[in-house]
Each structure stands twice: as C-alpha cells, then as structure tokens.
Design a protein around this ligand. Sequence first.
Ligand SMILES: Cc1cc2nc3c(=O)[nH]c(=O)nc-3n(C[C@H](O)[C@H](O)[C@H](O)COP(=O)(O)OP(=O)(O)OC[C@H]3O[C@@H](n4cnc5c(N)ncnc54)[C@H](O)[C@@H]3O)c2cc1C
Length: 352
Amino acid sequence: MVLFHPVILFIVQPDTRQLLNFFEAPWRARMAILGTLAFIAMIVTTIWRKPLNIPYEPWRFSHSTLSVLAVALGLGHALAVGNYLGLFWKAMLWSGFGLIALWLILYIRLVKPWLMIKTPYRVETVIPERGDVWTLVLRPLGHDGFRFQPGQFAWLTLNITPFRMREHPFSLSSSGDCPDRLEFGIKAVGDFTRTIKDVKPGTKAYLDGPYGVFTGDRYEDAAGFVLIAGGVGITPIMSMLVTAAERGDERPYLLIYSSKTWEDITYREKLDSLANKLKLTIVHVLRQPPDGWSGEQGYVDQALLARYIPARRGSQQYFICAAPVMMDKVAIALENLDVPVTHVHMEHYNLA
Ligand SMILES: Cc1cc2nc3c(=O)[nH]c(=O)nc-3n(C[C@H](O)[C@H](O)[C@H](O)COP(=O)(O)OP(=O)(O)OC[C@H]3O[C@@H](n4cnc5c(N)ncnc54)[C@H](O)[C@@H]3O)c2cc1C
C-alpha cells in the first residue's frame, strides 16, 4: 500500500510527478521520498542480507534505524499533507500510535536492559561437547533464576552491559524445572560463538526471555513426541528430553538426529543415558558414517521418516530444529506422510 499509493497518484494526477524533484519539492513531499527510500532499503537489506554480504550486527543497527525513519517520516508526511489526518482527533490518534511505538523502542533499549542488570548471572563453567559445541552453565546471582518451558530460548549478553545491544539468541538445553542452573549448548560458528570456549568462570551474564513456542509443554495431551534434529538443533530438544526424564514422563519419544560423523554427535552419551530413563528411541542419521555402520545414513528424507514415524500420525506432536534446508525438506516430507500441519513445530536459528 505504501509503495502503490504514490504510483496511483502519479498516474491519476500527472502534475504531482514534479514532487519527485527533491530540491524543489515542499518538505511534506521530501519526507515521503525519504521515508519510502528508507522503507525500500529496509526490505531489500533484510531479504537479501546474505547475498549482499552485510554482517549481522551492522544489518541489525541499520534495520532499527531505517524502520524508525520510515515510520517517523511517513507519519510526518501524512500529518503535513493533512488529507486523511486533517481532523484533529485523527492527527492525535496516529501521533499516539507513533508515540506508543517510540515507547516500545525506549522500553527495549533502556528499561529492559536496566531490569536485566538487576538480575545478573555468573558463568559457572564451560564444558566441551562433541561437534564443536560448548555448554555454557549459568547460575543466578542474588535472585531465584530463570523460569522457562523446555525448548524455549533466551537472548544472552556476556561480559558487557546489556545496554550495548550485542545479545545473541540461544535455546536453553537444561531442564525447564531447574531455574537456578541454566545450560546453553553453543556451536562455534562466528565471532561471538567462537569465544565461548575461552569464557572464564565468574564472567557476568544477562538473560532476556524466555521466548518462543517451541515446547512440548503446550501439548500436554499429546500421546507422544517425534523430535527431529540436525547438528546443534539438538539443544532445545535436549531440554525437552531432560525435563521429561526428570518429570517421569511415560509417553514415547522418537528422536531422529542427523549429524556429520559418529564422533560429531553432540550429547551422544547424554542421550544414551536418557534412553534408559525414558521411552526414547534414538535414530542416528550420519552423513559420513564410519566403516561397518549399519544404521541410517545420508539425509533425513521422506523414505527414512516413513520407516520410523508412528502409524497414528495425528496423535503425536512433531518438533524440528535443524539447518533451514533440512527443516524445509522434513516439513514437506511430513506433509506428504499425512502428518497434520498443526502438529508440526519448527525452531529457526536464522533470523535474517
Ligand atoms: C531462536 C534461536 C535459538 C538459537 N539457539 C541456538 C543454540 O541453542 N545453539 C547455537 O549454537 N546457536 C543457536 N542459535 C544461533 C545463534 O544465535 C547464532 O549462531 C549466533 O548468534 C551467531 O553469532 P556469531 O557472532 O558467533 O556468528 P556470526 O558469524 O556473526 O553470525 C552467523 C549468523 O548468525 C546469525 N546471528 C549473528 N549474530 C546474531 C545475533 N546477535 N542475534 C541473532 N542472530 C545472529 C546471523 O544469521 C549470522 O549470519 C539460535 C538462534 C535463534 C534465532
């Protein structure tokens, strides 16, 4: 609508095209031009961030700045033109919406970090895991800790003030019933995550959350769960399994877990011990299996899923967390296998 209304205007009233002359146009038109350009730049840099090679942090900063500019300039333009917002109450109403949005930004940038500073955490230890993953263990400092549902995630700030806005999202991998000992399984993939292995015990941490609906706790009437993980996508699923074992959950769990090699399987031993406490069937799928491997190999595809998922497909809930390509393929395969789409839940690790 935003992009079409000037086009329609230029067609219906051709003389308005001279408003595109930025230097001679009145301010109300300049605001429209700048606001529209900010809006287009925001869309283009978000959809094509990776092909354009824009690193995440600068992208995030520009995304916030461009969105505020687009809304503020758009509102300024609408108020100055006075066509739709000519009446006093309308101008007040839309300015009110703008102020509410501004308040939300101030809340997230100032109030929330201030609240987070009052509930700090301390790094207890960092444990190496298989697959280039490190478990970061946090303890609350002077408060009761962090309540979450197994499978949810939190934004983590490490060793700097939360006002710096350099937080990263991670799924909790520990029990949802243990708010005073929190674990995150973090794979070393980039500049922040590669530093986790060197984090010293005692380092201060701050958490914002919990967030997300990727949790079995929302489906207490489920007859069982099918969990499909790829690589570090095991972390929220680990939290679900650990919590289920602690709660003495007797429902069947099927874990289909794709890894590169046998040695790379993150939490391999922990999963084996969980299989003794739960009705848990684990199917490892290896892309590079060792010699003599008789288990599943290659990719998780429809034929593989058909061999394992239960016959009564509507009574289970399905949770998938993996690389985007694998999640898309598994989601299509499950649909082809008549799994109701409302029973399939996915956690995406790529925000943009
Ligand atoms: C809901 C959710 C849960 C996640 N859970 C886990 C988990 O349990 N374990 C795990 O290892 N990883 C998890 N991730 C991914 C993790 O957040 C990124 O790998 C990490 O932020 C990368 O940071 P980096 O600076 O090391 O890597 P970079 O090389 O800088 O970035 C790699 C990619 O990660 C993303 N990214 C980078 N910085 C951020 C940021 N501040 N916020 C969000 N995304 C960013 C971008 O898409 C970027 O292209 C999760 C992501 C999301 C969205």
